[in-house]
Design a protein around this ligand. Structure first.
Ligand SMILES: N[C@@H](CCC(=O)N[C@@H](CS(=O)(=O)O)C(=O)NCC(=O)O)C(=O)O
Length: 213
């Protein structure tokens, strides 16, 4: 299998954590995509993923899978032991619900703020970020507020349970970790009052899959 991504970036982190949790790192070849040079917006990459984002998983039969959630579903079910996406109907439902909240209220909201209300990854990529959109900066700022609400929400969740989706580590935890990395890059501070979220982050970084991602 091949993974097209950019090491050290928020969404690639999500899948790299999953690969570590499933002990699959030795089975993938990483192919680096230069986001700052907008390589992901060129025809060659758009033929791999028309949405122009990383990561993308390429299977040995040539199938391309984008979207971290889809990639995780595939990797988690490879050996019939879905530890990260849920074994029962209830586990799957709760994990997917919390994963979606982690995307919409945190990592994706930060992405919109980062790319539309800050210089983002620089002038080459910015040219691809809809400069003709009126009010995109305000739209971006609104998403920073949404993400700040997401930080508050996940701190409250983690005051009641040890992991994002309940009693065990799941793909929802990987998504929140990606969101916190993006918050760091976007200079969105995580208030010290979010002690449960910060304590959870410390615990997560004790996991080899996270520490070595
Ligand atoms: N929903 C997608 C999001 C992927 C995504 O936005 N990836 C970013 C990389 S990261 O900065 O979020 O880590 C990207 O390719 N951004 C390129 C761009 O926005 O032009 C997923 O789950 O994979």
């Amino acid at each position: 299998m091949k993974i097209y991504d950019t090491p050290g970036f928020p969404n690639p982190l999500r899948v790299r954590i999953v690969l570590g949790e499933k002990d699959l790192l030795s089975q993938v070849e990483f192919i680096k995509i230069d986001l700052i040079a907008a390589e992901h917006k060129q025809p060659a990459f758009l033929a791999i993923n028309p949405t122009g984002t990383v990561p993308v998983l390429e299977l040995d039969d040539g199938t391309y899978i984008s979207e971290c959630t889809a990639i995780t579903e595939y990797l988690d079910n490879l050996t019939g032991n879905p530890t990260l996406t849920g074994r029962t109907a209830r586990e799957k439902a709760v994990i997917h619900m919390m994963q979606k909240r982690a995307e919409s209220e945190l990592i994706d909201a930060i992405g919109i703020y980062f790319h539309h209300a800050t210089p983002g990854l620089g002038p080459i990529l910015q040219a691809h970020k809809h400069p003709e959109w009126e009010g995109r900066t305000q739209w971006g700022r609104m998403h920073r507020e949404q993400a700040e609400g997401g930080l508050h929400y996940f701190d409250r969740v983690l005051r009641e349970q040890p992991f994002i989706a309940g009693e065990a580590f799941s793909m929802a935890d990987a998504t929140v970790l990606g969101g916190l990395l993006f918050a760091h890059y976007a200079d969105i501070p995580v208030s010290a009052e979010y002690s449960a979220l910060l304590a959870w982050k410390e615990r997560m970084y004790q996991r080899p899959s996270v520490a070595n991602a």
